[in-house]
Design a protein around this ligand. Structure first.
Ligand code: KIV
Ligand code: NA
Length: 264
């Protein structure tokens, strides 16, 4: 079967079908998610935290993300792969944004790009989509702006709902094929989802969006420690891997590994 296309996601919305999305940054997870039927994978700038160990998403560069994008594209056959434009690679305006998006498509081989910002990025979205590159927008809480926002805070509470709704309209009008709604009240996400012709992808946005996305290490419990309220852990990979590691170390120290069957 062929790769998922952006038009398939819009058709799914018209049929009222929800879909799951995950991040991926490497070939093994990409292949597992592809075969498990995840239609869209995001090589997120969250690689900053989840792969490279930075405190925030701000330091990660296109040079760091592009090899991960290539790995995920090579490892998948069905999934539509979205490359996340890092902080600093599109804010200067439509020309810079288009240049970076073209790089992601040519050097990364992904099928769409994503960037953060609503009304303020409408010009960038129009320029990129005008060049034939699909854009996923990202509004509500946008981690690249966390210093301006003042931390990880729900966006669009009370009167601020109108700002998030205006951002949603602006990105759809600018040509985005989908929009991530991060940490917005469920009622606001529901209103936006009902109004927009394009799919909404929620993360901390309640049950009424067209799609749901999580960082895969959060979904599978590889990241230890306290997770945000919107995360559900479907496995305990951190525990499984720590246990395997301790048994390997014990068997090496005890002389039980390698055994005869591992020896030439
Ligand atoms: O980088 C990322 O992981 C994201 C998703 C959580 C939407 O932008
Ligand atoms: Na991101």
């Amino acid at each position: 079967t062929r790769r998922v296309r952006t038009r398939d996601l819009i058709a799914a919305k018209e049929r009222g079908e929800r879909w799951p999305m995950l991040t991926s940054y490497d070939q093994y997870t990409a292949s597992i998610f592809d075969q498990a039927g995840i239609p869209v994978l995001l090589v997120g700038d969250s690689a900053a935290n989840n792969v490279f160990g930075y405190e925030t998403t701000l330091p990660v560069t296109a040079e760091e993300l592009l090899p991960l994008v290539r790995a995920v594209v090579r490892a998948t056959r069905h999934t539509l792969v979205v490359g996340d434009l890092p902080f600093g690679s599109y804010e200067e305006g439509p020309t810079q944004a288009l240049r970076t998006a073209v790089r992601f498509m040519k050097e990364g081989g992904c099928h769409a790009v994503k960037l953060e910002g609503g009304r303020r990025c409408a010009g960038q979205i129009a320029a990129i989509t005008g060049a034939g590159i699909p854009v996923m927008a990202h509004i509500g809480f946008t981690p690249q702006s966390e210093h301006a926002i003042g931390g990880y805070r729900v966006q669009g509470r009370g009167d601020a709902a109108e700002d998030v709704i205006a951002d949603a309209r602006a990105v759809a009008e600018a040509g985005a094929f989908a929009v991530v709604l991060e940490m917005v009240p469920g009622e606001v996400a529901k209103r936006i989802t009902a109004e927009l012709p394009i799919p909404t992808v929620g993360i901390g946005a309640g049950p009424d969006t067209d799609a749901q996305v999580l960082v895969w290490q959060d979904m599978a419990g590889l990241r230890a420690g306290k997770a945000p309220r919107f995360v559900k852990r479907y496995a305990d990979l951190a525990g499984t891997l720590a246990d395997a590691t301790r048994r390997f170390a014990d068997e090496v120290r005890g002389g039980d590994f390698p055994a005869a069957e591992h020896t030439f």
